[in-house]
Design a binder for this molecule. Structure first.
Ligand SMILES: Cc1cc2nc3c(=O)[nH]c(=O)nc-3n(C[C@H](O)[C@H](O)[C@H](O)COP(=O)(O)O)c2cc1C
Ligand code: SF4
Length: 365
């Protein structure tokens, strides 16, 4: 069958919103904002190119909802109304194309440093974080309520900036991921304990955003399916949380995994063989069996036929990729034309660049 007629190039709905094809650009921190989080013209241009390249749904890099949750230099901010004008540079750049764009809203929690976030990092419990070598401050009930408000205001700002939807970041060990993980959430109050207790903060955020942005504003999550720690979050917890979030009106779930201190993050290096592709897709399939909303399969997706097989086998409804779109922003267009069958990305991770993401391999050829 020609690639042009593949299920990967057919539309699908997330909530009431039609996505023109099954390709999702997974959230990718761009390192392109001003130091205070203001959007630059470069960010608008990055997203214009991805839309021109026919990506079905773009998810932006993580935008921090409060300065105390800043994870990285040159990260986009969404912690104040003054950012709305700048964020419109992104949505207006994408608007002429059929592509849809969601803003990822995030808080770094314990995976940041004082020099980035301006305070002792905060977390559900004071559990030492060995990669940043810091013991975070345990959040009070008032801190938790304030953080819920920060996420809700960020959801409102995303809508007012013209995004078609938002994605809440509950993965990779950042704040909300550390709440759902029993390794990092040792609380005995209503914000900890059972899986439902650990997920309560997310439920409150979802209710708040749905309340302020309306039920028609698509709201999705990126959810950890494992922390790769024996005392951490496991797939069964994620499945329970996925069901809970579906019942709260979440419109789709992207399934990821990893936590910095486990030594196994979400961005795996050195993939070559086709059977190494889709390294979180089996977890996505397990989540998909438990819910009716669309599920996005992630992790090392590179080959058109492999991605198509994941959809045909019912393991995922959409397929997300990050690094291949750094190397080849026109990847979907090239797939459609039949020019290529596999992304050229070799998963070397040399694209993390403080001066802006770029494929270091391209100039080496
Ligand atoms: C440069 C870079 C920045 C990333 N930034 C984010 C981010 O802001 N939010 C997020 O959820 N994941 C982020 N990720 C992880 C990707 O979304 C994705 O989950 C991971 O790279 C696996 O997909 P891939 O094999 O297609 O690259 C980033 C990955 C890379 C390479
Ligand atoms: S540097 Fe280029 S080839 Fe290497 S992972 Fe990044 S995009 Fe892929």
């Amino acid at each position: 069958m020609s690639q042009e007629h593949s299920v990967l190039l057919t539309p699908i709905k997330i909530g009431g919103l039609e996505i023109p094809n099954r390709f999702v650009r997974s959230a990718t921190h761009e390192f392109m904002a001003e130091e205070d989080g203001t959007v630059t013209d470069r960010l608008g241009e990055l997203y214009r190119r991805l839309a021109e390249g026919e990506v079905g749904l773009i998810i932006t890099g993580h935008a921090y909802v409060n300065p105390n949750g800043k994870a990285s230099p040159r990260q986009t901010g969404i912690y104040d109304d003054r950012f709305i004008e700048g964020l419109k540079k992104i949505t207006e750049a994408v608007r002429p194309f059929p592509t849809r764009i969601f803003l990822q809203i995030a808080h770094a929690g314990r995976q940041t440093k004082e020099k980035l976030c301006g305070c002792t990092p905060i977390a559900p419990s004071a559990v030492y974080e060995p990669t940043v070598k810091t013991t975070p401050r345990e959040m009070s009930g008032a801190d938790i309520r304030a953080t819920i408000r920060d996420f809700v205001q960020a959801g409102r700002r995303a809508k007012e900036s013209g995004f078609h939807g938002a994605q809440i970041h509950i993965a990779h060990g950042y704040l909300l991921s550390s709440f759902i993980s029993p390794h990092t959430n040792r609380r005995t109050d209503e914000w900890g304990g059972s899986t439902a207790g650990r997920a309560r903060i997310v439920v409150e955020i979802v209710r708040g955003i749905k309340g302020i942005a309306g039920p028609d504003f698509p709201l999705i999550v990126k959810l950890n399916s494992t922390d790769f720690l024996p005392t951490g979050l496991h797939l069964e917890d994620s499945i329970e949380i996925a069901r809970l979030l579906e019942s709260e009106g979440i419109d789709a779930i992207e399934v990821s995994g990893g936590m910095a201190e486990a030594g196994q993050g979400s961005v795996w290096k050195g993939l070559r063989a086709e059977d190494e592709e889709g390294y979180f897709v089996e977890n996505a399939a397990a989540v998909k069996r438990a819910v009716r909303i669309p599920v996005i399969g992630l992790g090392g997706n590179r080959t058109f036929a492999v991605m198509e097989k994941f959809i045909r086998e019912g393991k995922a409804d959409l397929i997300s990729l990050s690094r291949p779109f750094i190397r080849e922003p026109f990847l979907v267009k090239k797939f459609r034309s039949g020019l290529i069958r596999k992304s050229e990305c070799i998963s070397c991770n040399k694209c993390f660049n403080l001066r802006g993401i770029r494929c270091a391999e391209l100039k080496n050829r």
